[in-house]
Design a protein around this ligand. Structure first.
Ligand code: NAD
Ligand code: DAU
Length: 332
């Protein structure tokens, strides 16, 4: 049994991780989350009260962080500003949370000698050509494109420096695009599903040729637990499930699964600096730590995700209009 502190546990992937941990282990979980626009306490309903506690606060609040680190065995750090489009609109919160917030946690990990796992993204590696036979590996050079991905890259480098300079017991994972329940409707898949539910045509940036390497959030959670359990300190692990799809294919599949014509979508203004393709080689995680993803069938996972949004409209409805109004100002 471990006492875990999960930062950002009221967000999409963090909340999926908390549900996964509490149903697959006997660990105790404390969530530290600021409840920004992206955090939602409703994502943490139904958890066992004797093993779960929620603390509202900022990861950059050194006093609060110091107090919380004193009572745990390990920290899993999900909290971040996570959306590329927002980072193009207003980069500052990305620096505050992703850089200063991570620095604050690392200083506490150093003081309390607490095991630390840092959640990061494949976007730190930049993008690949559509026909490039190579995929990202742990040795691919960093080459981030957006304010979001550059702050994530910066946070990864801080973790590496705190391992080497101060002996912090940390690991890092860089995962590809997640899908599943509890994802904010600003993101691609939930935006299009909720558009269809609302009778709005899905919106594809540019030509829709950009490729993302999709993984179910529950597979991300099992990978993180595996790294916490068996990962080598100082090591980086790439997490991916061989799920490359271009955006046009994903939109057409959503429309088909929801009983609409597959071409009933609009092309809209492209994202500035839009990364073309991400692709993960997760051989190290699979061969060295024995991890295997469980959601091999993207279409089945997507159908279950569509059902979740159909059945949980009260969870997403309060944010939908604001998101669409923001996108309209950007031509998206
Ligand atoms: P999200 O935006 O859904 O959730 C982020 C959570 O962090 C929210 O609950 C928010 O309230 C909280 N938060 C933000 N700033 C905070 C602060 N200063 N202090 C405390 N809490 C704060 O994000 P997500 O999609 O769940 O991503 C979680 C992590 O996974 C991020 O680090 C992201 O970079 C990484 N990641 C995401 C994906 C993806 O596909 N979404 C893929 C790979 C890696
Ligand atoms: O690769 C991991 C990253 O995946 C994470 O680090 C980020 O936190 C996460 O947000 C995600 O980043 P993306 O920018 O890839 O995700 P997003 O859902 O914003 O967009 C996915 C693709 O869909 C991207 O090519 C842009 C496109 N898109 C997005 C929206 C919102 C559209 O075509 N239409 C849309 O309406």
């Amino acid at each position: 049994m471990m006492r875990l502190l999960v930062t950002g546990g009221a967000g999409f992937i963090g909340s999926n991780f908390v549900h996964h941990v509490l149903s697959h282990t006997d660990h105790e979980v404390t969530v530290l989350d600021k409840l920004t626009y992206a955090g939602n306490l409703a994502s943490l309903e139904g958890l066992p009260a004797d093993r779960f506690r929620f603390v509202k606060g900022d990861i950059a609040d050194a006093g609060l962080v110091d107090e919380l680190f004193a009572g745990v065995d390990a920290v899993v750090h999900y909290a971040a500003e996570s959306h590329n489009d927002n980072s193009l609109d207003d980069p500052r919160p990305f620096l505050d949370t992703n850089i200063i917030g991570t620095y604050t946690l690392l200083e506490a990990a150093r003081k309390h000698e607490v095991r630390f796992h840092h959640i990061s993204t494949d976007e730190v590696y930049g993008d690949l050509e559509l026909d490039d036979p190579e995929r990202f590996t742990e040795t691919t050079p960093y080459n981030p494109s957006s304010p979001y991905s550059s702050t994530k890259a910066g946070s990864d480098l801080l973790v590496r420096a705190w391992v080497r300079s101060f002996g912090v017991q940390a690991t890092i994972s860089n995962c590809s695009n997640n899908y599943g329940p509890y994802q904010h409707v600003e993101k691609f898949i939930p935006r299009q599903i909720t558009n269809v539910i609302r009778g709005i045509r899905p919106k594809l940036y540019g030509k829709g040729e950009n490729v993302r390497d999709w993984i179910h959030a529950d597979d991300h959670s099992s990978a993180v637990l595996t790294i916490l359990d068996k990962g080598q300190i100082g090591q980086t692990y790439l997490i991916g499930a061989d799920g490359e799809k271009d955006n046009k294919t994903v939109v057409e599949l959503i429309l088909t699964l929801m009983g609409q014509a597959p071409d009933a979508y609009d092309h809209v203004t492209d994202r500035t600096g839009h990364d073309l393709r991400y692709a993960i080689d997760s051989t190290r995680l699979r061969e060295e730590l024995g991890w295997t993803p469980q959601y091999a069938d993207f279409e089945a996972g997507l159908a279950a995700t569509i059902d979740w949004y159909r059945n949980n409209e009260p969870w997403w409805a309060p944010t939908k209009d604001g998101v669409e109004a923001f996108y309209a100002t950007k031509g998206h």
